[in-house]
Design a protein around this ligand. Structure first.
Ligand code: KG4
Ligand code: ZN
Length: 334
């Protein structure tokens, strides 16, 4: 079964053709990063306009690259939540029109479910159940993936997402957007023990996260140094901050593994590209005899192949949308 998938939840306009949920026949991404860079972050209004301009060409290219016509597609899948509402609406409306015109079933896909499904494209042997740490720009979730379409959230962030904290810290240090990625690149040789950070805990919810205190700690360090006319080493400060974020992620993930007794850990989302997180999670899994799966680097960030992968399992579970499908800025993965 071939699915044409569309993704427009943030600043990538993406389309892909995916076979049986596991093989990407094409995966086209038109990134808007350069456009948002001068503002230091994604400007929602600009994102929506660029999606509207790019989407037809991106979808056409996905079909051409896959060597199939619209008639040879069995269903259209689209990200409908969560994300920037104006951005999501472009993809949702395009997908609705296409499904209607071509008389194909329409499958709604949750963005975080699709990030998890990116792993199905890289690891043919991976099947639920497993524990997944979803770390993106907008979300930090510990999810028990019981089945391809059954999810239980064990813990999540109470304030900033891990990616958001990395982006904001990077920005305060003067690094360009996208901050998390640049922090990872710049701090490779920094000393992760140079600065100490607090270990925020959420009372009564040991699997929940809080990153805003860490972000404030970086801002305070930078302000205090500036007031004294000192400059801090970006390499060391960044490496210490990344290490603080990663150790929180590792500790909570281990607690969730113990609670669920799962033997397989999966990472998903843009921050799963982080080299420190990948390295530390590998160590953790070796120590505790767990299987670890991480997406290939090009599939960590937003793309449509992952939407086609999850769309396949949503289709098998009977999930369909009609032409009243709407987009939602927030929606639980469950
Ligand atoms: O999943 P994603 O592409 O979009 C959302 O759904 O939010 O995640 C984007 C996030 C951004 O915060 C970006 O800075 C972060 O992923 N990111 C990274 C790296 N690459 C992307 N963070 C840390 N290290 C990286 N190598
Ligand atoms: Zn994403």
């Amino acid at each position: 079964m071939r699915i044409l998938a569309i993704e427009s939840s943030c600043d990538e306009t993406a389309a892909a053709v995916v076979e049986n949920g596991r093989t990407a026949l094409s995966n086209v991404i038109a990134s808007q990063v350069e456009e948002h860079k001068i503002y230091g972050g994604v400007v929602p209004e600009i994102a929506s306009r660029r999606h509207a301009e790019a989407i037809s060409a991106v979808v056409r290219r996905a079909l051409t690259d896959a060597g199939v016509t619209l008639n040879e597609i069995d269903a259209v899948a689209v990200t409908y939540a969560p994300g920037l509402i104006g951005a999501l609406l472009v993809g949702v409306n395009y997908a609705k029109s296409l499904a209607y015109a071509a008389n194909k079933p329409l499958v709604p896909v949750h963005h975080l479910r699709s990030h998890i499904a990116a792993n199905y494209l890289c690891h043919p042997e991976l099947e639920p159940p497993f524990l997944c740490l979803v770390v993106s720009g907008g979300h930090t979730h510990l999810v028990d993936v019981q089945d391809y379409t059954t999810f239980r959230v064990l813990g999540k962030t109470r304030d900033d997402a891990a990616g958001e904290a990395l982006d904001k810290a990077a920005r305060a240090m003067g690094l360009p957007y996208p901050g998390g990625l640049n922090l990872d690149r710049v701090c490779k040789n920094g000393d992760p023990t140079a600065f100490r950070f607090p270990k925020p805990r959420v009372d009564g919810a040991p699997l929940d996260f809080s990153f805003s205190g860490l972000k404030t700690a970086v801002l305070n360090l930078l302000h205090n140094a500036a007031q004294k006319g000192q400059t801090l080493s970006t390499e060391d400060l960044g490496a210490s901050f990344q290490s603080a974020v990663v150790s929180l992620l590792c500790e909570h993930t281990l607690a969730a593994i113990k609670e669920t007794n799962r033997k397989t850990l999966v990472l998903a989302g843009g921050v799963s590209a982080n080299s420190v997180l990948r390295r530390e999670m590998k160590k953790l899994c070796e120590k505790h005899h767990l299987r670890l799966f991480v997406p290939d680097l090009p599939l960590c960030g937003d793309n449509a192949a992952m939407v086609g992968a999850q769309g396949y399992y949503e289709f098998l579970a009977g999930n369909r949308a009609d032409l009243t499908l709407n987009a939602y800025a927030t929606k639980t993965i469950e």
